[in-house]
Design a binder for this molecule. Structure first.
Ligand code: URA
Length: 421
C-alpha cells in the first residue's frame, strides 16, 4: 500500500477500504504521511465524497485515534452546535438540562475564523478550569451533573490535526468530513443521547437546506451504527443569535437569559435544544419536556446550576469586563431591520480581536459587539443600532453599518427551521 495509490483511487472516484483509510489517516497522525499528501487526499474526498461504508470506517478510525470516555454508571447527554455568530446556547442549555437532574458532559472547542468557540467564552471567566482529568470529569458529573471542558489532546486527536489542515485547504465544507469530525468526538465522549444544533445560513458552515438534510441524515446513520441517539434542531444563522458577539459579552448575555431576561430568539432556541435532550433522556413528549425546561428557567434553577458550574470549575464570575472604548453605530435610515449580516459582524468582531485569524492568535475577551435592535424591529434615523466595545484595534464603522439592512417593509425571519428525530 502507498499513499499515492490511495490518493489516486479517491481522485478516480473509487472507494477506499478501511485498511487504506487507516494507512492514510493514521499515517498522517504519526507524521509518516505529509501535509501536502493529506491535503490532496482531503481535496479528493471533498470533491468526490465518501460512501456510507467509508464514512463509518473513517469515523471508527478517528474515534480509535485517542481515548474513549465510558462512564457506564452515568447516563449523560451531550449537545453540539455546528457553529455560528453569537451562539452561546451551550452556556444556557447545559445548566437547564443539569438543573432538571440530567447529567451533561460537553467538550467544546475554540473559535477559528468568524465563529466563536465556547471554550474562549469560558476562558473569559477568570480562572475557569477547562482542562479536567477523566477522574475530575466523573466526580463533577456525579456531584453537579454538569461539566464543560476543552477538547483534550486525548479525545480524537486525529480530528484536531485534520481539522487544522482542512481549515487552510478549503476542505472544511465537505459533508462527510464534517460528519466524521463531529460524530467521532461525540461518540468518543460516550453520551447516549445527543442533540445537534445544525446551523444553516450566511453565517454558518452549511449554507442551504439540501446540505443540512444530507448532513443530518449521514450523522443519524453514524449514530445508529454506533448505538447513539441523535436528534437535530435546524436553525437559521443568517442573523446573529441573541444580542452580543464577543466572549465576555456573550457570558454576560447568557447570565441574563438564565435570569429570564434574555432576548426571545436565544431564549427560545435554548429551550428547544434543552427540551430535545430532556425528551430523549426521559422518554417523554416534546411538549412535556419543553414545559419542564421553561419552568426550570423561570424558577431560577438553571441560573443556580450555572453558578454551581462556575464554582466547581473554579471560575470567578465577578471578573467579567467589557472593553472600555465604545463606538456607537447609529441608524442612517428609518424602517424595519430585515437582516443583520451575521458573517459580516463575525468578521468585524474577529478583526477587533474577539476571534482568531490564525490558531496562535491571542484574543481579547473584553471586546465585542452589542446589538440594540434585532431583525424585525422598527428603527428611526439616528437611533443607536449597536455598540462596539474595543481596546487596541479600532472597529470599522463603515463595515459594521453595512451589516444592517433596513427596509420599508417588514419581512419575517424564522429562527427554528425544523426538528429531526
Ligand atoms: N465542527 C466540527 O467539530 N467539525 C467540523 O468539521 C465542522 C464543525
Amino acid at each position: 500500500m502507498n499513499i499515492l495509490e490511495i490518493i489516486n483511487k479517491k481522485k478516480n472516484k473509487l472507494s477506499l477500504s478501511k485498511d487504506e483509510l487507516f494507512y492514510a489517516f493514521n499515517g498522517y497522525d504519526k507524521d509518516d504521511v505529509k501535509d501536502y499528501q493529506m491535503a490532496s487526499l482531503l481535496m479528493a474526498i471533498a470533491i468526490n465524497g465518501l460512501s456510507e461504508q467509508e464514512t463509518f470506517d473513517l469515523t471508527e478510525i478517528f474515534i480509535e485515534s485517542g481515548e474513549i470516555i465510558k462512564f457506564d454508571d452515568i447516563n449523560y447527554v451531550d449537545k453540539h452546535s455546528t457553529g455560528g455568530i453569537g451562539d452561546k446556547t451551550t452556556l444556557i442549555v447545559a445548566p437547564i438540562v443539569a438543573a432538571c437532574g440530567i447529567p451533561i458532559l460537553k467538550m467544546s472547542g475554540r473559535g477559528l475564523g468568524h465563529t466563536g468557540g465556547t471554550i474562549d467564552k469560558l476562558e473569559s471567566i477568570k480562572d475557569f478550569k477547562i482542562n479536567l482529568s477523566i477522574d475530575e470529569i466523573k466526580e463533577n458529573l456525579l456531584k453537579n451533573k454538569i461539566v464543560l471542558v476543552g477538547q483534550s489532546a486525548n479525545i480524537v486527536p486525529m480530528d484536531k490535526k485534520i481539522y487544522l489542515l482542512r481549515d487552510v485547504t478549503a476542505t472544511v465544507e465537505s459533508i462527510e468530513l464534517i460528519a466524521v469530525s463531529i460524530m467521532s468526538k461525540k461518540i468518543a465522549l460516550g453520551a447516549k443521547n445527543i442533540v445537534i444544533d445544525l446551523k444553516v445560513g450566511k453565517g454558518a458552515l452549511i449554507k442551504n437546506h439540501e446540505d443540512a438534510s444530507k448532513l443530518s441524515n449521514l450523522m443519524k446513520k453514524i449514530g445508529n451504527k454506533f448505538n447513539v441517539n441523535v436528534s437535530f434542531v435546524i436553525s437559521n444563522m443568517d442573523n446573529p443569535l441573541g444580542i452580543t458577539i464577543g466572549n465576555s459579552l456573550e457570558v454576560l448575555e447568557s447570565i441574563q437569559v438564565l435570569k429570564g431576561k434574555g432576548a426571545i430568539d436565544i431564549t427560545n432556541l435554548s429551550l428547544v435544544l434543552s427540551a430535545k435532550l430532556i425528551q430523549m433522556h426521559k422518554n417523554i413528549t416534546f411538549e412535556e419536556a419543553f414545559k419542564t425546561a421553561s419552568e426550570t428557567l423561570e424558577k431560577g434553577l438553571a441560573f443556580n446550576k450555572f453558578l454551581e458550574l462556575i464554582k466547581s470549575q473554579e471560575g470567578i464570575l465577578g471578573s467579567l469586563r467589557k472593553a472600555t472604548n465604545e463606538m456607537v453605530i447609529y441608524s442612517q435610515k428609518k424602517g424595519y431591520i430585515t437582516s443583520i449580516n451575521a458573517y459580516g459582524l463575525g468578521v468585524e468582531a474577529k478583526n477587533i480581536k474577539a476571534g482568531r485569524t490564525n490558531k496562535d492568535d491571542i484574543i481579547d475577551y473584553q471586546v465585542g459587539i452589542e446589538l440594540h435592535y434585532q431583525v424585525g424591529q422598527f428603527v428611526t434615523e439616528d437611533v443607536p443600532l449597536a455598540t462596539v466595545y474595543y481596546n487596541d484595534v479600532k472597529p470599522s464603522e463603515e463595515e459594521i453599518i453595512k451589516c444592517f439592512i433596513i427596509e420599508e417593509n417588514k419581512t419575517e425571519s424564522k429562527l427554528i427551521l425544523g426538528v429531526i428525530d
